[in-house]
Design a protein around this ligand. Structure first.
Ligand code: M6R
Length: 365
């Protein structure tokens, strides 16, 4: 049942190229995104004044990445809120709000309750769900399924990846309806999207490199993930993966925010994982890498092939991923982060598929 792998998590990490393909390919026809299951039309979309993303845990992290992506594509405000906070913050939701609800299980109680509240306030609900026929899927106005297949490991991997994949499709589809994207840019993104599964395969083939980095760093007591923009969004997920299954304390920080407090925690022996795939901000993030290096941190960097040489001048080790359209970077960056957490947890002898105190689906508030 584990397909020859030691853990479900390893199997599910390896399934990501297929899961991504299954989620994306049937919905791209002749270079166009086709979302037949969506009922929303151009006029209603134009009338929306806000998108409100509601989710928990890793699904929330997809939401953080989605905010950058969707605001850029749609030029509409996108708010992202943890479902457990949503009901208690007097959310500004009207009939002109679209609630985008993200959940692998479709049963997370906080997310479900927040979704019901958004509906009550008049929002139209579009959900991204993996489990077919789950409560969130049934109660949404529209649902798009992530065809990831069953996910068993408590730590999500392929569900995260396919949720992101759907964000790209939604972004392209809506941007096209709204006229906020040029034909050329649309075509460029679609072309790159179709290449992601192959690039994921390349990253997975090189997993031994990540295993080697894990063997160096598995005993570090404290890890910081830093990055800017979508690199920061992936840092949040990398940090959660690590603490969830390896029990190492870690935090994700927007790289520019370090000097406002956290840098006081950097000392010799602290591991900093620096994500700098987003080329536009590469130099900025690298300036923060220099700051932590000069305070004695060990730095494991991650960037795209075209920046690898540059990065390696400053970092101790560098994870290299293929170049892609900047918007799609999180899909490639997250995989080495999942592998790193997995191999660190393996070295530490942790119960990877069932980490302590955690359940796959959180059905209590
Ligand atoms: O099923 P959901 O996507 O609604 O679950 C949300 C979180 O409970 C979930 O992502 C959790 O954070 C994972 N264990 C992270 O790996």
């Amino acid at each position: 049942e584990k397909g020859g792998y030691e853990h479900f998590m390893a199997k599910e990490i390896m399934e990501q190229p297929k899961a991504f393909r299954d989620t994306i390919f049937p919905r791209i026809q002749q270079g166009r995104v086709v979302l037949d299951d969506l009922q929303i039309g151009r006029e209603e979309l134009e009338g929306l004044d806000k998108l409100y993303i509601i989710a928990c845990g890793s699904s929330y992290h997809v939401g953080v990445a989605a905010k950058y992506t969707l605001e850029r594509l749609l030029r509409k405000p996108v708010e992202v809120t943890l479902a457990s906070e949503f009901r208690y913050c007097e959310p500004i939701v009207t009939e002109r709000t679209m609630a985008l609800v993200i959940s692998q299980s479709g049963e997370t109680i906080d997310t479900l309750a927040a979704m019901r509240e958004a509906k009550r306030l008049g929002a139209r609900v579009l959900s991204i769900v993996n489990v077919v026929g789950s409560t969130i899927a049934r109660e949404s106005d529209d649902v798009l399924y992530t065809w990831a297949g069953p996910e068993i490991a408590v730590a999500t991997t392929k569900a995260y990846s396919t949720q992101l994949a759907l964000i790209y499709l939604i972004g392209l589809y809506f941007a096209d309806l709204l006229g906020t994207i040029s034909r050329e840019e649309y075509g460029r993104i679609v072309d790159e999207l179709l290449l992601i599964p192959t690039k994921l395969e390349q990253i997975l083939e090189n997993r031994k490199d990540i295993q080697y980095f894990a063997s160096i760093y598995f005993n570090h007591p404290s890890v910081f993930f830093i990055g800017r923009n979508i690199d920061y969004a992936v840092g949040l997920e990398g940090s959660l993966k690590l603490k969830e299954i390896s029990y190492i304390h870690s935090e994700a920080y927007a790289a520019g925010e370090l000097k406002h407090g956290t840098i006081s925690l950097i000392e010799p022996g602290t591991l900093v994982v620096a994500l700098a795939g987003y080329s536009q901000l590469f130099e900025k993030t690298m300036s923060n890498v220099v700051e932590v290096k000069s305070r004695g941190a060990d730095v494991l960097g991650l960037t795209v092939a075209s920046k690898a040489e540059d990065m390696a001048k400053t970092t101790d080790h560098t994870i290299v991923i293929p170049d892609t359209h900047p918007m799609l970077l999180p899909s490639l960056e997250v995989v080495p982060m999942q592998l790193f957490a997995y191999y660190v947890a393996l070295q530490r002898g942790c119960d990877i598929d069932k980490p302590r105190n955690l359940a796959k689906s959180v059905t209590v508030e």
